[in-house]
Design a protein around this ligand. Structure first.
Ligand code: ATP
Ligand code: MG
Length: 260
């Protein structure tokens, strides 16, 4: 019997129960009325779960990088994407050992994490995560996303935020197909960089259009490389990084003698 027919049956019983003169109903009527109440409560719980589920399932943004140091370009892009996609929060994940920077000398993981924490402290939607720093070896994004997928469950959409140029190289990343199945990619396109859709479609097939999204973001032409160079040259980095990050860099004497 379909759910609808059952519901109609219960409604009929309730009508009969209400129409029955007092004193002439039996235990079966009580049982049917109780059943109807239970059914109504279940329906209510279902509707509440539907709305709550939608609320809980708001996406999580993931901003990965070396963050050596984190700068306004990272923060602006993350906030822009968070707003555009209505994300619950954005996790900033400094890479412990980025596969793209294995040969480069970077500041210690602790310093990069500390600066990231300071930079996101005043935004309730931002959070610094040490998930990559707690792992040994190369920090592959596919491993990180698999861990986050396990942590947040199968229903929460994960959005990895990165530049279009990085996404064009996605086929060369570690386990690219598995990675793209687990999360969405937001290509923050700045002027001059566009997604190479023919290449990405050829490699990923239908998954490309389903899981790779383009978003034109405002351009802040700063890079950590430039910030490090400016510090070495004794030049100002004010407004390029949050004030708290600059204070930390000066206090700890970072980047004074970094070899590129
Ligand atoms: P470096 O100069 O050392 O390579 P970076 O400034 O490129 O540093 P990363 O930590 O390498 O910063 O980048 C992390 C992420 O931030 C990447 O996805 C990158 O595309 C993005 N990103 C870097 N600079 C900017 C910027 N100015 N605006 C928006 N996104 C940026
Ligand atoms: Mg870079």
């Amino acid at each position: 019997m379909s759910l609808l027919m059952k519901l109609q049956g219960y409604l009929r019983s309730l009508r009969q129960y209400l129409a029955t003169p007092k004193g002439s109903f039996d235990a079966r009527d009580y049982l049917k009325a109780a059943g109807l109440m239970l059914l109504s409560m279940a329906a209510l719980a279902f509707v509440v779960k539907l709305f709550l589920g939608e609320w809980v399932m708001k996406g999580i943004g993931i901003m990965g990088g070396t963050f050596d140091p984190i700068h306004m370009g990272h923060l602006l892009t993350a906030e822009y994407v968070r707003d555009a996609y209505g994300l619950e929060k954005v996790l900033f994940i400094p890479a412990a050992n980025s596969p793209f920077k294995l040969e480069k000398k970077v500041e210690s993981a602790e310093d990069r994490l500390a600066m990231t924490r300071l930079a996101v402290a005043d935004n309730p939607h931002f959070e610094a995560s040490d998930i990559e720093m707690r792992r040994e070896g190369v920090s592959y994004t596919s491993d990180t996303i698999a861990l986050l997928r396990a942590r947040f469950g199968p229903d929460v959409p994960l959005y990895f935020i990165t530049g279009a140029d990085a996404i064009n190289d996605l086929p060369d990343w570690h386990h690219p197909r598995e990675l793209l199945e687990l999360c969405h990619f937001i290509a923050a396109t700045r002027q001059g960089t566009a997604l190479d859709l023919p290449k990405l479609r050829a490699f990923f097939g239908a998954l490309c259009d389903a899981h790779i999204h383009e978003l034109a973001t405002p351009e802040l032409e700063i890079s950590s490389t430039e910030i490090r160079a400016r510090i070495r040259q004794g030049r100002s980095i004010r407004y390029m990084v949050p004030e708290s990050v600059e204070t930390y860099i000066r206090k700890e004497g970072l980047y004074r003698c970094v070899m590129e």
